[in-house]
Design a protein around this ligand. Structure first.
Ligand code: ATP
Ligand code: MG
Length: 405
């Protein structure tokens, strides 16, 4: 028998009290966007659940798409049948059959909204339980912690049966929290920081600094491809490319080596903040993790952060590298991130950056460069591009990789 619909449980969103309606509306919107490739579906929500009528679409493919949507706690494939006990038997056997192994235990858990139905809940449990025991050899009923639970709901319009509960991605629906500017490099960390921000409902736009001809077109493409990987969870992402060559050359020339990294980061942060104003964002997000490299010590962050009072969110600040890598693998950004296309920071990196920069010194060195002019010229040449989930150029050009590997 075919799965006829999919039931979605909301999770954390259901604790939202008066705002619940707003969150459900946003979730409904992200579900509809994500499921756009399936034209026959009908999506509907109430206060407690979201339902998707499959109308012949394939359940597994739909469920797979749903596991990319934030704000979903769990997902169950459901078979709806007419209000006949024989049809219910067939359905429960069909659903159980997909998961059954010898020695398994199970129970039937029936709820009855329609009290006119000819059997009460205990009778339905018993009748369906015996049917399952008869159909599958070596499985038995167990009330406490069985391996499988078949949920049966008898409603006015039919009987709804489900067995499997698939874990959703959790979090809150995207675009419920406001917009943040994600500083997106080509590395492992910043895409993960972006993912975690999306997971809490933030909308993100990506800001990427690049320095041609010192950085290659592939390095830029890699950052765009990483944005495409994030688009899987949120829909299209605006990718803002910032020309950074003049700034890096100036810093290289005018600022003592050990302070060049600090000044470079301050310039990046100033520019990201200007872009944030332009794009009406409320925060800046980056992939910094405490102690990872010289720019990520407390002293460095203090000296760099001084250029703005805008919240700079660092979702990875206390996450170990191995745990960051595990998330990067889960969201499929890892393989791309480790491709060897150098970004602007690596190329201009000084041999011995200061791990404890002094703010007074930083300001003294910055006085030698035309900060405002440099920012103005970079801002005049921003390039904004909309990146979608399928804009994955490097993934499709494996021959291009081979020349680098
Ligand atoms: P990542 O893996 O994200 O590149 P990282 O550990 O290599 O991080 P850094 O290169 O020091 O650390 O960068 C720290 C953060 O600064 C990055 O996580 C990112 O948010 C931002 N950043 C660095 N380079 C760029 C760039 N070229 N464009 C945009 N943001 C950048
Ligand atoms: Mg990096």
């Amino acid at each position: 028998m075919q799965v006829t619909e999919i039931m979605i449980r909301y999770g954390e969103l259901s604790t939202k009290g008066k705002n619940k309606k707003y969150f459900i509306k946003k979730l409904l919107k992200s579900v509809r966007e994500k499921l756009a490739p399936f034209p026959n579906l009908k999506v509907d929500a109430n206060r407690d659940r979201l339902y998707i009528l499959l109308n012949g679409e394939e359940a597994d493919a739909v469920i797979e798409s749903l596991t990319d949507v934030f704000g979903i706690q769990s997902i169950s494939p459901v078979i709806k049948v007419d209000k006949s006990i024989d049809r219910a038997k067939e359905a429960v056997i069909s659903l159980m059959g997909r998961h059954i192994e010898k020695g398994m235990t199970f129970k039937i858990n029936t709820r009855r909204a329609d009290h006119e139905f000819e059997y009460d809940t205990n009778e339905v449990n018993r009748i369906l339980g015996s049917a399952v025991e008869e159909a599958f050899e070596g499985i038995s009923v167990k009330m406490k912690e069985p391996s499988l639970t078949a949920r049966v709901e008898i409603r006015q319009d039919g009987i709804y049966l489900s067995v499997q509960t698939i874990q959703g991605r959790g979090g809150l629906p995207v675009r419920t929290a406001g917009k943040g500017m994600l500083m997106l490099s080509g590395g492992i960390d910043s895409p993960v920081a972006g993912y975690l921000s999306l997971k809490r409902g933030m909308e993100i736009e990506a800001v990427h600094f690049h320095s041609p001809p010192y950085t290659s077109p592939q390095a830029l493409q890699k950052a765009k491809d990483l944005a495409a990987k994030l688009a899987r969870f949120t829909g299209p992402i605006q990718f803002i490319e910032v020309p950074f060559t003049e700034i890096q050359e100036t810093i290289k020339r005018e600022v003592p080596d050990e302070y060049s990294m600090t000044v470079t980061r301050r310039m990046m942060l100033r520019l990201t903040d200007e872009i944030r104003v332009l794009r009406k964002g409320l925060a800046i997000v980056n992939g910094e993790s405490l102690g990872q490299v010289a720019s990520q010590t407390m002293d460095s962050m203090f000296a760099i952060n001084e250029v703005t009072t805008t919240p700079v969110l660092r979702p990875l600040i206390s996450v170990d590298k191995n745990d960051i890598i595990a998330i990067a693998k889960d969201i499929d950004t890892f393989n791309l991130a480790v491709q060897p296309f150098e970004d602007c920071c690596t190329i201009f990196a000084p041999a011995k950056p200061k791990t404890r920069p002094k703010l007074a010194k930083v300001k003294e060195f910055e006085a030698a460069i035309d900060v405002d002019g440099l920012i103005e010229r970079a801002m005049a040449r921003l390039n904004v591009e909309r990146i979608t989930e399928t804009d994955n150029t490097l993934d499709q050009q494996s021959d291009l990789f081979e020349t680098f590997l």
